[in-house]
Design a protein around this ligand. Structure first.
Ligand code: M6R
Length: 616
């Protein structure tokens, strides 16, 4: 949700800012803008559309600026226009500000500023903040102990309610940037003779691996070659400089046409990385270095509550099946956005866990914080090292899936499912699972990368099926038991990147309503991967066929279907039940991808979406 980069140093600010912004574009891509400061004046450029357009607009200009800020937007307040694009200038043109988040009390502040003679040219909440800073800046005495700009930002932030990650510059201050965060991420990068600010590591990692993760309520004053951090109450904070382990080449597209396709094909490696070093020597269970909960404590829990959003919520549902089946611990799953406001009763022996690829999703973070406030052990499965959720949880599991840039989550999902299976194994072995079952389970898990690779090798067959159905406007996805979350995920993948209406249901629920949708125009995708329920799934397929519906079956090798029942079949390898859901998810990803490409959709940046949702 909106990407911010700020730069102060010896390099060419415009080029460095645009490069960082390009890497953050997955956070939002309605419009982009840049402000640099040189010799006492601010140069501002904004464009509706992608960063590429902004780069084109400034490409002819020779800028000697060493200081600047930039932004890529995901609209919240006000339409997608140049006026609403960031940076927002104060009406006197002195202050430029980029913002990620929502200022909730912007209306009374706007009224106050209007009565003081300030004018506004956008519909955004952000513009009140640049003007409020300008208001305080005018009143701030020159030559005071701290910088005028810093003090005016600090005073303004004490007045606003809501969420923000901001970077601010001032025409009068050629060597200062102020950054601050509250509820929206902001990271400081400490380079050689340069300092950067960015919404996430991707925006600055090509310049430096040394970062400081700002915390909520902190404000950073960046000056040439130096910075200091304090709270809004002026309490000094000692910065902790972390070294990030991020390989820039991992986020390169290589020979792939889209990040989504690259990330689908990254899956064998991502699965391998999720398992690396995480099996016990005796080969019967998993081990996790960062859970920070002892086996004794884990034996005491009698319920697990999982929370997440979107695809991560589907992963939570899949974890429910895995953990209940293999560890026999009751599991509940909630949308994080509901949990945070629902005041759900939790038993004293509940373990709370969130799942989040980015580690920055605001609802998931809020759910984690609420659980912690109530005193529950609160863990996280997340992909992004150093993300807010990773830092605020009591412990957890890193996915090590590598950067996921495509807005549609793919490798992060299957890696979450694999880690869920490993967690189920670990918890199961702490309880009733036998040594032999544990060994068989471990052996099964280890086959996941190779079996995922085998499915990917058949991508052309899946592509052909995709092309056949690409013009349909409705789809049903049906799955029983562990395939139900995969049906939901298949439907979500299809709708988010190809804008086709799709619904996922437990297969037997079809008869209770969705069957009304079945027609020659609405194909049904059915999962037939479990022997125990195969005859039931076959009945569901027959019910679809009886109503002139087309059936695409995703079946495991040994789950054979009556001749001619399915119009198309995608066959995936037989495997241990614990990895079947993640294997079945892969053809869904490919199917959605090829359908979306065929329909001419912007696969990596689907309309209205952003990679990490850091506003409510
Ligand atoms: O970063 P998170 O896993 O917390 O993100 C949660 C959802 O926003 C995310 O999974 C979203 O649904 C994706 N667009 C799905 O492809």
């Amino acid at each position: 949700m909106c990407g911010i980069v700020g730069y102060l140093g010896g390099g060419n600010a415009t080029g460095i800012l645009l490069e960082g912004l390009q890497r953050l574009e997955y956070r939002g891509y309605d419009s982009a803008g840049l402000a640099t400061s040189h010799r006492g004046s601010l140069q501002v450029a904004k464009r509706v559309g992608r960063v590429k357009k902004l780069a084109g607009a400034v490409s002819g200009q020779t800028s000697r600026a060493k200081l600047g800020i930039c932004h890529t937007r995901w609209a919240t307040h006000g339409g997608v226009t140049e006026e609403n694009a960031h940076p927002h200038l104060s009406c006197d043109g002195k202050i430029a500000l980029v913002h990620n988040g929502v200022i909730e009390n912007y209306l009374p502040i706007k009224k106050f500023l209007q009565s003081a003679g300030f004018t506004f040219s956008s519909q955004t909440d952000t513009e009140i903040l640049s003007n409020l800073i300008a208001y305080h800046y005018r009143k701030e005495p020159e030559g005071g102990e701290t910088s005028r700009l810093f003090e005016s930002v600090r005073k303004s932030l004490r007045q606003v309610e809501g969420t923000y990650g901001i970077a601010v510059i001032c025409a009068d201050c050629p060597s200062e940037i102020i950054g601050a965060r509250n509820g929206s991420p902001l990271i400081l990068g400490v380079g050689r003779n340069e300092i950067l600010l960015a919404s996430d590591v991707a925006g600055l990692v090509s310049r430096t691996a040394k970062v400081v993760y700002l915390k909520d309520g902190e404000i950073v004053h960046v000056r040439e070659g130096d910075f200091s951090i304090s709270t809004l109450d002026a309490e000094a904070i000692r910065p902790v400089i972390d070294e990030v382990d991020w390989d820039v080449s991992e986020s390169a597209l290589g020979h792939y046409t889209h990040y989504m396709l690259k990330e689908i094909f990254d899956q064998p490696e991502a699965l391998e990385n999720a398992m690396r070093g995480r099996f016990a020597r005796d080969g019967s269970t998993a081990k996790f270095g960062g859970l920070n909960v002892t086996p004794q404590e884990l034996r005491q829990i009698d319920r697990i509550m999982f929370c997440g959003c979107g695809t991560a919520w589907h992963a939570c549902l899949s974890l429910e099946f895995l953990i209940e089946k293999y560890a026999r611990i009751p599991v509940e799953v909630e949308y994080a956005s509901e949990f945070r406001y629902r005041n759900a009763p939790l038993d004293k022996n509940t373990l709370f866990m969130v799942v989040s690829q980015s580690g920055e999703t605001i609802d998931t973070l809020a759910a984690l914080r609420e659980s912690k406030r109530k005193g529950y052990t609160s863990l996280a499965i997340t992909n992004v090292v150093g993300s807010t959720i990773a830092r605020e949880s009591d412990g957890g599991i890193y996915q090590h899936a590598g950067p996921e840039i495509g807005v549609a989550s793919t490798k992060a999902f299957t890696s979450q499912l694999l880690l869920g299976a490993m967690l189920a194994l670990y918890l199961g072995r702490l309880r009733d699972m036998s040594f032999n079952d544990g060994v068989e389970f471990v052996e099964g898990l280890k086959t996941a990368p190779e079996k995922a690779g085998a499915i990917l090798r058949h991508c052309n067959q899946i592509k052909d099926i995709a092309l056949k159905y690409a013009r349909k406007n409705d789809f049903l996805f049906l799955g029983r038991l562990s395939m139900f979350p995969i049906a939901l995920e298949g439907a979500l993948k299809l709708k988010e990147i190809s804008y086709i209406h799709a619904e996922g249901y437990p297969a037997a629920e079809m008869k209770h309503g969705p069957i009304a949708l079945v027609s020659a125009d609405c194909p049904t995708l059915c999962f037939a991967t479990e022997k125990d329920t195969l005859s039931k799934v076959i009945s569901n397929m027959q019910e679809v066929k009886a109503r002139n519906g087309e059936v695409i079956a995703v079946r495991s090798d040994s789950c054979r279907l009556p001749e001619g029942l399915a119009d198309d079949e995608i066959v995936i390898p037989d495997a241990h039940g614990a990895i079947m859901p993640l294997l079945a998810a892969i053809p869904m990803q490919l199917l959605s991808y090829y359908i979306a490409v065929e329909r001419g959709c912007d696969v990596d940046k689907p309309r209205n979406l952003a990679k990490s949702v850091t506003v409510e």
